[in-house]
Design a protein around this ligand. Structure first.
Ligand SMILES: Nc1ncnc2c1ncn2[C@@H]1O[C@H](COP(=O)(O)OP(=O)(O)OP(=O)(O)O)[C@@H](O)[C@H]1O
Ligand SMILES: [Mg+2]
Length: 501
């Protein structure tokens, strides 16, 4: 962004001003000819000209599309802001829409002038699109994409020079904020997963698709107070930019979600992303072999995003934990990886989080008691959230979203009583609710399902439990894990002791 001065008062007043200044200087020159030596005359006249020449009254800010090889945030914010409040005199626009994008993307197609006002200041924007004779290739630092530039685009923002401070210190920051809000409203949340780019040996790229997960806080069956605490915590986090800066902390927040399979951990992550409109980076650690690779992939994640590491107890092995993990976990996978949990945590706590803003990190586990203490120590994960088996309140919510049956229906209280004391997951009950279209049959199905389950255990008739990823686990071993979880769950229903207010 460059600020330039130009003298642009009305033509008549410029003429009048110059005429009187010139006459005055000529008079002085005549006097000087008689009084002052010739060498000193030049110096004095130069001083006088500078002093009396008219001052610049207009300032122009130039905002180019690119700043070197990076894209210019101010340019993109100005484009978003100005296109969001198009005036009828804008003559030509570019409209596009990618499949699945919810709304149209609008850009200027040719040079345009747009007027705006801010706090008493009249502002004039000019969009300029200059064709280039020669195309040039640049690599976008933000996206690593190769861009072919055949045109130069920039905005010029002109205003009376007396409003210079107002424009730089309040108008442009306001436009950055407005653009952020407009983009957030329109934003399609993306899910990024790691892919190994064949063309760059051992380098990783994030592949992205639109996040189609429809989970929201409204559809999530959880204790209402717990849900509210999470929503409040997210709200507080995103509005506390200044707070984090003031106390010298990286603007990041960590959540540990723990609980049995099918209780909604992944659904909660999707609900968080949909609520905040933050992209998700799903980091599958088994794909990463070294600490250095991990750093590279983390540094390629964007701000306002959620980094998710699922099943952290299974994917990060510490040497001393290998034996125990091999003995009693279904998900132990031998690996030759040269990175460590402490490497991951140090990087997340240190460099990575300090070079970005609004970062959320979520770890999930089915076995909180198997986690390394380094992950659980105070200050590491800000909030520990227990995703529990289904409760009567949770069932009411499922009945309302799946069947449109409300809480005052007498059949719900019967089901609520059956649910108390039984370890059934929301996923299991949701499956029952999906079996038929008819409300009565669905509720009968849930009642039969619940009656078939004995209190507080997960007996199934086949003696085996099929877990995620198709791995079969002995029922006895699984129940041993569940039993431990029940004890842990009772203690740590929800731990928000480290939540800073
Ligand atoms: N709390 C919940 N509220 C609403 N639906 C839920 C909830 N928990 C689970 N479900 C339903 O069950 C499905 C599976 O849940 P989800 O994948 O979120 O569980 P999870 O805890 O992540 O399981 P895992 O530990 O196996 O990864 C969801 O798609 C959703 O339909
Ligand atoms: Mg999951």
């Amino acid at each position: 962004m460059a600020v330039s001065m130009s003298s642009m008062p009305p033509a008549s007043s410029i003429f009048a001003m110059y005429a009187s200044v010139s006459a005055f200087i000529m008079l002085i020159q005549t006097m000087l000819n008689q009084l002052v030596p010739r060498q000193a005359q030049h110096y004095l006249l130069d001083l006088l000209r500078r002093y009396f020449s008219p001052r610049a009254t207009r300032a122009t800010v130039v905002i180019e599309e690119r700043d070197g090889m990076s894209s210019n945030e101010v340019y993109s914010a100005a484009e978003t802001y100005l296109c969001s409040q198009l005036k009828p005199d804008v003559q030509r626009l570019k409209i596009s829409k990618r499949f699945k994008d919810p709304s149209l993307s609008i850009r200027f197609a040719k040079c345009e002038r747009i007027a705006d006002t801010h706090d008493g200041a009249a502002l004039e924007w000019r969009f300029v699109n200059e064709e280039r004779r020669k195309t040039s290739k640049v690599i976008d630092e933000d996206t690593d994409n190769v861009l072919v530039e055949s045109e130069k685009k920039y905005f010029e923002l002109s205003f009376d020079n007396k409003f210079r401070d107002k424009v730089l210190n309040s108008y442009l920051p306001l436009i950055l904020e407005r653009a952020k809000v407009i983009r957030a409203e329109k934003k399609v949340v993306k899910l990024h997963t790691l892919a190994c780019a064949a063309s760059y040996a051992s380098s990783f790229v994030w592949d992205s698709i639109n996040l189609e997960h429809p989970s929201t806080f409204q559809t999530l069956a959880m204790e209402p107070e717990m849900k509210q605490k999470i929503v409040d915590d997210l709200d507080r986090f995103v509005r506390r930019k200044e707070f984090y800066r003031r106390v010298g902390r990286a603007w990041k927040r960590g959540y540990l979600l723990y609980g049995p399979p099918g209780t909604g951990k992944s659904s909660l992550i999707a609900a968080m992303a949909n609520y905040l409109k933050f992209d998700i980076y799903d980091l599958e650690l088994t794909n990463v072999k070294r600490d250095s690779d991990l750093r590279k992939v983390l540094l390629r994640t964007a701000n306002r995003s959620i980094l998710v590491i699922e099943d952290i107890d299974c994917t990060v092995e510490l040497p001393e934990r290998k034996a125990a993990a091999a003995a009693d976990s279904h998900c132990y996978r031998p690996r030759d990886h040269q990175f460590t949990l402490s490497g991951l945590l140090n990087f997340i706590d240190g460099l990575w989080s300090s070079c970005g803003d609004e970062r959320i990190i979520v770890f999930t586990t089915n076995n909180k008691d198997k986690l390394d203490p380094a992950l659980l120590r105070p200050g590491r994960m800000d909030m520990h959230i227990h995703m529990s088996y289904l409760t009567p309140d949770g069932f009411n919510l499922l009945a309302s979203t799946y069947l449109d049956v409300q809480g005052d229906d007498p059949r719900l209280s019967e089901i609520g009583d059956l649910i108390k004391g039984k370890n059934v997951t929301p996923a299991e009950v949701a499956e029952e609710l999906m079996k038929c279209d008819d409300v009565d049959s669905s509720l009968d199905g849930v009642v039969n399902f619940l009656k078939s389950r004995t209190n507080n255990n997960n007996n199934r008739n086949d003696g085996k439990i099929i877990k995620d990823e198709g791995i079969e686990v002995d029922k006895a071993k699984h129940e041993d894990i569940r039993a431990k979880q029940v004890v842990v769950d009772d203690i740590d229903h929800i731990d928000i002791s480290n939540v800073t207010n």
